[in-house]
Design a protein around this ligand. Structure first.
Ligand code: AMP
Length: 189
């Protein structure tokens, strides 16, 4: 399963909840990058400059990281991927990884929210967490990238008939209820 949404849509929070309820392992590319930045690994040092500017980390770095993570035996029965793919090139790459592993996507969940709501939320989050990519100019840049690049990703999955959309505006529990309802239809035995 994939979860896709603009920055601030609550995808990390909802991913955690889906993971708990369905007993599926959640993988967040943003979290992996942040852990590497914190640990000052080579990958982290490379990723940080892009993250701080609100840019995508290059595919040469991101794709390999995702391939390695999805190759781990603990996720061979399934996973919930949060934050990848963000570009149509990454969709193609993920297709290859899945084909290689004999896996396929059951459902792609998109959380929606309008830009002004998201900017407000992210500025609030900036005060709480001090995330270095949560200032207004960078936030707007990340939102633009979402519209320019990631909406094309969503369109691809819609064409394949595996997309479901949920309004991400509302109380966290309410959104979780809607999410669980929406993905139920796609659940395999
Ligand atoms: P997130 O926590 O999902 O908002 O991700 C935080 C940052 O990590 C993004 O703004 C990007 O700089 C980087 N990142 C996460 N996932 C990807 C991806 N699939 N492709 C490129 N960069 C990514």
């Amino acid at each position: 399963m994939l979860i896709i949404g603009p920055p601030g849509s609550g995808k990390g929070t909802q991913a955690e909840r889906i993971s708990e309820r369905l007993g599926v392992i959640a993988i967040s590319t943003g979290d992996i990058f942040r852990a590497n930045v914190k640990g000052e690994t080579l990958l982290g040092v490379e990723a940080k400059k892009y993250m701080d500017a609100g840019d995508f980390v290059p595919d040469s770095v991101t794709n390999k990281m995702v391939r390695d993570r999805l190759g781990e035996s603990e996720v061979e029965d399934g996973f919930l991927l949060d934050g990848y793919p963000r570009t149509t090139a990454q969709v193609d790459y993920l297709d290859e990884i899945l084909a290689h592993g004999g896996q396929q996507l059951d459902v792609v969940l998109q959380l929606t929210a309008d830009d002004e709501e998201l900017v407000g939320r992210l500025l609030g989050r900036a005060k709480e967490t001090g995330r270095s990519d949560d200032n207004e100019a960078v936030i707007r840049h990340r939102l633009n990238l979402y519209h320019e690049q990631t909406e094309a990703v969503v369109a691809k999955y819609a064409e394949r008939g595996i997309l479901t959309q949920v309004d991400g505006v509302g109380g966290i529990d309410e959104v979780t209820d809607h999410v669980m309802q929406a993905i139920k239809v796609f659940q395999t035995a």
